[in-house]
Design a protein around this ligand. Structure first.
Ligand SMILES: [Zn+2]
Length: 238
């Protein structure tokens, strides 16, 4: 039997991991749907669904399914085009709720990938749930120019707020146990900090070491999907 599962499709940060597993022999193959396929244009065309087919096709070249070997496919929209491809190519497959070892392995693959993108460990748990979109946004706004490139910007919930301009101000932090969202290190009580405030579905605050807040990092990206130049930065100089 071969099982096909995904992880990260609900995470605003990163692409999506597709894992293919054969429990009898413990063979595993995975790949990541690149986040570029979640740009505004590609997302509208659901290009990520074609990439699922490409990844599974590559996995099958390695795993070589036996004649009549059962393929279990996780329920959900991620595999809509894969199911058509499986039928067209004569595979015996069915859709089911995938649980157990394969699910854990695919989730772990996505976690390691998210960690490599720079997402702190305590933030990775938010990548499992789409409703933590707003929590992931705080990490994104701490280094906007670099981190927005790692996000599924074609999502409608992002498009609704993509043009918002955060307020940037200085403050002095007194309480201990604040972590700089850019470098991930603790902020010493009594030190000067930069505060980024933005409103999504609620008011959000991001705290950074003053030295970690490089102004250039907050110049808004050109809209790559429309080929426009970025224009003047909407962010204040300080
Ligand atoms: Zn810092």
């Amino acid at each position: 039997m071969i099982q096909v599962d995904d992880s990260g499709s609900g995470s605003f940060v990163g692409g999506t991991c597709i894992g293919i597993y054969r429990p009898e022999t413990n063979e595993y193959y995975f790949d990541i749907i690149p986040v570029e396929l979640y740009s505004v244009e590609n997302f509208a065309k659901k290009k990520y669904l074609d990439e699922v087919v490409n990844i599974v096709e590559a996995a099958f070249r390695v795993l070589c399914p036996a004649e009549g070997e059962i393929i279990e496919v996780c329920r959900g929209y991620m595999f809509d085009r894969l199911k058509i491809w499986l039928t067209e190519n004569g595979y015996r497959w069915y859709s089911t709720q995938i649980t157990g070892q394969v699910q854990e392995i695919v989730e772990k693959s996505f976690e390691l990938y998210a960690e490599r993108l720079g997402l702190p460990g305590h933030y990775i748990k938010y990548t499992r749930y789409p409703f933590h979109f707003h929590k992931l946004l705080r990490w994104v706004y701490a280094d906007f120019e670099n981190r927005i490139r790692l996000c599924k910007v074609g999502w409608k919930c992002w498009q609704k707020i993509a043009g918002l301009t955060p307020d940037i101000s200085d403050a002095c932090i007194c309480a201990p146990s604040f972590i700089c969202m850019k470098c991930g290190r603790y902020i010493k009580p009594g030190s000067e900090i930069r505060v980024i405030r933005f409103v999504s579905n609620r008011e959000n605050y991001v705290y950074l070491h003053k030295a970690c807040h490089a102004r250039r990092s907050f110049v808004r990206l050109p809209d790559a999907t429309k080929g426009r130049s970025p224009g003047p930065s909407p962010y204040p100089d300080n």
